[in-house]
Design a binder for this molecule. Structure first.
Ligand code: FES
Length: 583
């Protein structure tokens, strides 16, 4: 790629032809604020907060949307630029509700930060307190406050261009423009899959997760209850990043921190990830032997499940009947563990800490009930856990490393990698290989499913010389493309792993703000390190999972397993609450 030379605030920079002015500024280590820009997507130039001065141009130019040209002299901090930026912020603030002290993004809001950086201490204009759109709390996962929206359009683009869902869009004109679901319907009655990618990218708190933290504090304060918590693999990796520890160190400190929070028992979703592999690996082999339905498609991502229910109902029989690891752990805690501990299931409350907002929806699904009650009683995201630690004044740095409780806290390396795209497929193939050959595969045997490519393919040779092909994809836009190829007969697979979020659970909508591809790769790397360091790396070797089969479940796919660990899904139509056939 040919290079060009520009200057940014007088500093010479050499950059690839076609790069934007914003790229040049980054290379010169000059921070230009952005609101509507999304790395990797075509710029829209709609918010103009990134405007800069270019020598010889009469008007300011949006740096995210304008290509740099050879010899360009760029200035990012002239009085003209700074005044324009302040005015644009004032216009946005004129329309913005004043509850930033206590809104869900308080202290972590991009708009608030920009206003502070720009030295804005009071509002120049106020558009009145009239609220034309109420807060939408209909969704179990996402709360939507249209009045906080600054129309940057990032949520619309992520939902459409990355996730291929298009649950929300711009509506209205001029001052009456809003971002809304189709027909101004409540979010819960739309095709929204609850993935929370819009929440993760919204710069102002117009979209936030529905917090279940108050419910969790109530459980913890109720002495008649036995409280159990489980944490997904990606949570420990994110805590490590936030607090400055490796994934392994964060995992051990998190176990202690959750005890300090007041949980009676700290379990690990990685245990039930191992259990999922035992069931799903056996299900795959059974379907191959019985002639289908194939491909077997993974079912641990609730965003993907709802997407399939809306857009690919003809493939619902292809979904693995396994509940997700979150639901399996809840079901096992209220059956097997409850029996062994002689605790009535109705006095147990299972709380999950997940990187995913869709897990809140999953926990409330009517399909997810065993023992007469919900498998999981409350779900908080990684962000909510971090807020809980802050609320209780917990200093993560000084927390002593601890351990998960026996026996639902025991896990293998295979359970850890579930949090990264390709992890479920790799963990399953390790066990399938063993079931077929009686031997364990080598560490590199399934490395084709690692990495951040949108679609990855792999082939497994069976002992009879035949091969099975599989595919892995992440991000629902990629999933849609892959499913369309499968439907058109262009691709034939025995199994497909689909994760709704880009990068897999490490890139979930409930993770700390500021996700990008580099960060999700870093978090995945922490999970692979945990896997490498585990003494046991194969789900079928998890001694506690083996014990559960001996003492309770009998064998994978047994009648008992089916009762507790498996489920089925039903199709949904695409648009309004009237169309939704859940009821
Ligand atoms: Fe460049 Fe919005 S960030 S126009």
């Amino acid at each position: 790629m040919p290079k060009i030379n520009v200057t940014v605030n007088g500093r010479p920079v050499e950059i690839e032809q076609g790069a934007t002015i914003l790229d040049a500024a980054k290379l010169a280590q000059v921070k230009v604020p952005t609101l509507c820009h999304i790395e990797g997507l075509e710029p829209t130039g709609s918010c103009r907060i990134c405007s800069v001065e270019v020598e010889g141009r009469r008007t300011l130019v949006p740096s995210c949307a304008e290509p740099a040209t050879d010899g360009m002299e760029i200035k990012t901090n002239t009085p003209r630029v700074l005044t324009a930026r302040r005015q644009m912020l004032q216009l946005l603030l004129a329309n913005h509700p004043d509850d930033c002290l206590y809104c869900m993004r308080a202290g972590d809001c991009d708009l608030q930060q920009l206003a502070q950086d720009a030295g804005i201490r009071e509002r120049a204009w106020r558009r009145g307190e009239h609220r034309s759109h109420p807060v939408d709390r209909s969704s179990p996962s996402v709360v939507r406050d249209p009045e906080k929206c600054i129309l940057c359009g990032k949520c619309v683009r992520v939902c459409d261009e990355i996730q291929g869902v298009s649950a929300i869009d711009h509506a209205g004109r001029g001052f009456d423009s809003y971002v809304l679901p189709a027909f101004d319907d409540e979010l819960a009655s739309t095709v929204c899959v609850n993935c929370g990618q819009c929440v993760a990218i919204c710069p102002t708190g117009a979209l936030v997760e529905r917090s279940d933290l108050s419910r969790v504090w109530r459980y913890l304060a109720d002495e008649s209850l036995v409280t159990v918590v489980q944490t997904a693999p990606a949570v420990r990796a994110a805590l490590g990043l936030v607090y400055g520890f490796s994934g392994k160190d964060a995992e051990e400190r998190m176990a202690t921190a959750l005890k300090q929070m007041g949980f009676d028992h700290v379990f690990d979703t990685q245990y039930s990830a191992d259990l999922t592999i035992m069931e799903e690996g056996s299900e795959l082999l059974k379907r191959i032997q019985d002639g289908g339905p194939l491909p077997l498609i993974t079912s641990c991502s609730p965003g993907w499940i709802k997407f399939a229910e809306h857009f690919y109902p003809e493939y619902l029989d292809n979904l693995s009947t396994c509940k997700s690891p979150q639901q399996m752990l809840g079901a096992m805690a209220k059956t097997y563990w409850a029996e062994k501990m002689d605790i009535p299931p109705e006095s147990i409350r299972v709380v999950s800490v997940m990187p995913c907002t869709a897990k809140k929806f999953e926990a409330e699904r009517p399909e997810m009930e065993t023992s007469g009650g919900r498998d999981v009683d409350a779900v908080i995201t990684t962000r909510e856990l971090i807020r809980a630690f802050a609320e209780m004044g917990l200093d993560f740095d000084t927390v002593e490393p601890g351990e998960f409780d026996n026996f639902l806290g025991s896990s293998t390396g295979a359970g850890a990698i579930f949090g990264a795209t390709g992890g479920v497929a790799e963990a399953a193939l390790r066990t399938v290989f063993n079931l077929l050959t009686g031997e364990n595969p080598g560490p590199e045997d399934f490395s084709a499913v690692r990495g951040s490519d949108g679609v990855k393919e792999i082939e497994l040779t069976l002992p009879d010389g035949s091969t099975v092909r599989g595919a892995v994809t992440h991000g629902l836009g990629n999933a849609r493309r892959l499913m369309d190829q499968v439907a058109a007969g262009e691709k034939e697979y025995a199994f497909v792993e689909i994760m709704a979020c880009p990068g897999g659970c490490v890139g979930g909508g409930g993770q700390p703000y500021g996700a990008d591809t580099r960060r999700t790769a870093e978090l995945a790397g922490e999970l692979y390190k945990i896997d490498e360091e585990r003494v046991i790396r194969f789900s079928h070797e998890n001694p506690e999972v083996q014990r559960a089969y001996e003492e309770y479940l009998e064998e994978p796919l047994s009648h008992k397993s089916h009762e507790i660990l498996h489920t089925h899904y039903r199709g949904r139509k695409k648009y309004t609450s009237e169309d939704d056939d859940r009821s």
